[in-house]
Ligand binder design. Structure first.
Ligand SMILES: [Zn+2]
Length: 106
């Protein structure tokens, strides 16, 4: 299985396993600074996760490079595509990101 497929599978697995978790979009990091102090965030129960958080909860340990060559953002902003970019900057849902990962070869 490619890392892209493993990443998509891990996100789906965590979404199924933790249906109570809300989807976060850049909630803790924005413009290079933390909005919630790390010490505070780690004391609080987990109530939300970004796409990277869901991937980690789903056990993903592979490469975050979705494709062998950089590709442009599918949302058309001109940036290089990355799951965290789609999550934080375009507020794509985990399911939409999974669909894009499957199209990209996963
Ligand atoms: Zn973009």
């Amino acid at each position: 299985m490619s890392d892209t497929a493993a990443l998509a599978d891990a996100i789906e697995k965590a979404r199924t396993r933790y249906p109570e978790l809300k989807v976060a979009h850049g909630a803790y990091y924005r413009n290079g600074r933390r909005e919630v102090p790390w010490e505070e965030a780690t004391k609080q129960p987990i109530t939300a996760a970004c796409v990277v958080g869901f991937a980690m909860l789903g056990g993903f340990t592979g490469s975050w490079s979705v494709t062998s060559e950089p590709i442009l953002c599918p949302a058309g902003c001109g940036s290089i595509a990355a799951v965290i970019h789609l999550n934080d900057d375009h507020h794509w849902s985990p399911e939409r990101i999974v669909a894009w990962l499957r199209d990209a070869g996963g």
